[in-house]
Design a protein around this ligand. Structure first.
Ligand SMILES: Nc1nc2c([nH]c(=O)n2[C@H]2C[C@H](O)[C@@H](COP(=O)(O)OP(=O)(O)OP(=O)(O)O)O2)c(=O)[nH]1
Ligand SMILES: [Mg+2]
Length: 142
């Protein structure tokens, strides 16, 4: 069996209660999962922690510095090009302004509206988890 592609992704959360929003980004129109909406992130590099990876990817893809506030359960999914392990983290914004550096679009969406966007198959259970986590008045670790 070929190696698992290890990926760290971030659910960047802003606001609280009824005003809570999460950031989603649109993948480029070429390459793997072209044009799908996603949580920003990417492949783990050598000698890097998953948390460092997600922070680096937000800087590279969207030009912002984020910090990790929590983690979600990892999910594995088999695509035709290989098995991907998504390691998701809750993040919060620290500094910088969002720019579409390596994504083609980004949006702040209400958790309940996430289902309107086309995410990769691997994200389906994760999207439901995020809606549950952010749907209540539960304060995220800060
Ligand atoms: N970033 C991200 N990747 C996802 C998500 N869901 C999902 O199945 N993937 C897959 C697509 C890819 O096979 C893999 C991560 O890919 P990526 O294209 O973001 O990797 P990367 O940023 O390191 O990009 P590159 O260096 O290969 O250009 O995970 C998601 O929500 N976010
Ligand atoms: Mg990426």
């Amino acid at each position: 069996m070929s190696d698992v592609i290890c990926v760290a992704i971030g659910v960047l959360v802003d606001g609280e209660g009824d005003d809570v929003r999460v950031l989603i980004a649109k993948r480029p129109e070429s390459g793997v999962l072209a044009g799908y909406w996603e949580f920003p992130g990417g492949k783990l590099e050598k000698d890097e922690t998953l948390e460092d990876c997600v922070v680096r990817e937000f800087a590279e893809e969207l030009g912002v510095r984020v910090s990790v506030t929590g983690c979600l359960k990892a999910v594995r999914h088999e695509y035709d090009y290989g098995v991907v392990e998504l390691n998701p983290f809750y993040c919060r914004w620290e500094s910088g302004e969002l720019e579409n550096l390596a994504v083609v679009d980004h949006r702040w969406v209400k958790p309940n509206d996430l289902r309107r966007y086309q995410f990769p198959e691997a994200n389906i259970s994760l999207v439901e988890r995020v809606i549950i986590d952010l749907g209540g008045k539960v304060a995220l670790a800060s």
